[in-house]
Structures are given as C-alpha cells and as structure tokens.
Design a binder for this molecule. Sequence first.
Ligand SMILES: [Zn+2]
Length: 151
Amino acid sequence: MSDSLSLVCEELIGFTQGQAHLQGSQCADCGETYFPAVHSCTRCLSTNIQAYNLGNAGVLWSWTIQEFLPKPPYNSGETPANFKPYGVGYVQMPCGLKLESRLTESHPDQLSIGIPMNLVLIPYRVDADGKVVHTFAFAPTRQHPTGASHA
Ligand SMILES: [Zn+2]
C-alpha cells in the first residue's frame, strides 16, 4: 500500500510506514472518538479536536449482505448487469467506535458476529481519467484452525 493510491475520500485514510489505517478524530476534552473526523464534539461541544488513528483492525459487530445495486451517492460504476452482492457490516474498533464498511466477504457462512477483521483498500470505481479509485473495506482476519486469539 502507498499514499499515492487514489482514494474515494482521502481524508478517511492515513498511512504509517506504508500501512493504511482509518483516520478519525478525538475530542481532547472528553475523549469521544469520531469517524469520519469532526470539527466539534457532539458529546461535550468542545472544539478542541485532534486527529486520531483508529487503527486497521476491529471486530465484526453486525453484518448483512447487500443483494441489490445501491442507489447514488454510492456510485461505484456497477450496473445491474455486473453487480455482485457484497457484505456490509459494522466493525467495532479498539477505541469502541463502530463504523459501517463494505466487507470483502459476501458469503454468509464466512461471516459471524465477533470475528476479527482487518482493514484493506479495494478497487471501487474507475475515474474519468481511467485511474482506479480505491475505498476501504474490512476482510475477515484469517485465523488458525484452532481459532487462536489474535489479541
Ligand atoms: Zn468532547
């Protein structure tokens, strides 16, 4: 991964030594975390907000399978002819925040609440210049057959 990737929303993704992470914000007064980042805290009304690295791993909190073509503004260039169902879920990050994300997995038997998930960047659409634009998604963390914890 590199920071030269074209992204749907560049402000959502940060890079540390080439590794992508989700970029949010945190209230310096009460500690509330936000994704996407905000400029003022809805919990305590402070404007003392700092950038916050949410990390690149979480736990699947809930999920479903998107079985039909999403309406705008979710324009990935898919058409009824080439649309394929995909997973959508809420992933709980280590700070406790739950965020909605596409999932790379679309088979219900591969998803269950509580499984560990890792951030990935996936091709989303092609822009007018022919450049592939990426978005973030979460993929199930491949575990050992014993189900050993990665914590
Ligand atoms: Zn606050």
